[in-house]
Design a protein. Structure first.
Length: 330
């Protein structure tokens, strides 16, 4: 596809790169080789300890579309979220495209997504299907994107069904990643867009190769991710159903401070039951409580959630609102 390059590019590609020397060149090449050429490519090198910066710098010197920024120090996952927001703050494109430093975008990705958003003005964000690859690049799984905005909205209440490094969305200044949504900033973004009545879609065709690395996520990391995801879902439902926003009151240390040991699964079970209780999923609460009791016995705090799950939801909501107002006043 031929595109006329203007002062304002059609697409701003945003990417954060950290210790990605093995893969970042392939990731960059996959963007530069897009059939759709009208884009800027904003890359933040996040204080890598390897040669990532040198590799990206060489590409930036050869292609004016690459805008390279560098952080002197890496501050972990919160820093990654900050990087994405920093990219969004300077992005000039009509659309924003996400990219990860170890993934590969297929050549027609931008062309297909750009045309889709142009032809569907009611759609705010579009993802695609995904090809999972091993660290060495070998393909092992293809997943078609789940299409239909209403279906996506229903599924998002249970799990994330939009591949983050595949998304392209309209560049509106109100779109930012929330820094407390650690390990699930993309899922939180989608739920926030739903609150703003934005339509989300997927193109079924896989247009991104997503690299999977064995052993890179610890058991503790996976558990923390699950707990953050449940917390974000809980905050979303509270805001949707009651207009109460407790994001500012949420302290990520509540989750990060959890010591994950051999009883990590028990911690997750307890926090998961607490979360779904707050979401008023009472039949599920009772089922999960019964499984918990079969493993750990009845004499624990989970018995409280099991007992309260039989109380009418409208009464629980009434009590919650009173408690929330009292906490707010104090």
């Amino acid at each position: 596809m031929k595109s006329h390059i203007t002062n304002r590019p059609a697409i701003s590609v945003i990417m954060s790169a950290y210790n990605a020397e093995k893969y970042v060149a392939e990731a960059i090449e996959s963007i530069l080789n897009q059939t759709f050429k009208d884009f800027e490519f904003i890359i933040i090198e996040d204080g890598s300890k390897d040669k990532t910066f040198d590799i990206v710098k060489k590409y930036a010197e050869k292609d004016h579309r690459i805008k390279l920024l560098r952080n002197n120090k890496n501050i972990g996952y919160v820093g990654f979220i900050k990087n994405l927001n920093k990219c969004l703050a300077i992005a000039k494109g009509k659309y924003i495209a996400r990219m990860d430093a170890d993934d590969i975008s297929l050549p027609k990705r931008f062309e297909i997504q750009y045309d889709f958003l142009q032809k569907n003005p009611s759609v705010f964000l579009v993802g695609t299907g995904m090809i999972d690859i091993y660290a060495d690049g070998k393909e092992f799984k293809r997943t078609l994107g789940i299409s239909g905005s209403r279906k996506i909205e229903r599924i998002l209440l249970e799990r994330n069904c939009i591949v983050h490094p595949s998304i392209m969305f309209r560049n509106e200044r109100m779109v930012r990643y929330r820094e407390k949504a650690i390990y699930c900033e993309d899922y939180d973004l989608y739920l926030q867009l739903l609150l703003r009545e934005k339509k989300l879609e997927n193109i079924k065709t896989p247009l991104v190769k997503h690299r999977m690395h064995e052993g890179t996520v610890s058991v503790a990391g996976r558990l923390h991710q699950e707990l953050f995801t449940e917390k974000i879902k809980e905050l979303y439902l509270l805001k949707r159903d009651t207009s109460i926003d407790q994001y500012d009151l949420f302290d990520p240390k509540e989750i990060l401070s959890k010591k994950i040991n051999k009883d990590g699964s028990r911690i997750y079970d307890e926090l998961y039951i607490e979360s779904i209780f707050k979401q008023n999923k009472m039949p599920l609460v009772r089922r999960r409580c019964q499984k918990y009791f079969s493993k750990y016995g009845y004499f624990n705090r989970i018995l409280i959630f099991f007992s309260l799950s039989f109380v009418p939801v409208f009464f629980l909501e009434y009590v919650r609102k009173i408690l929330w107002k009292n906490n707010k006043n104090h």
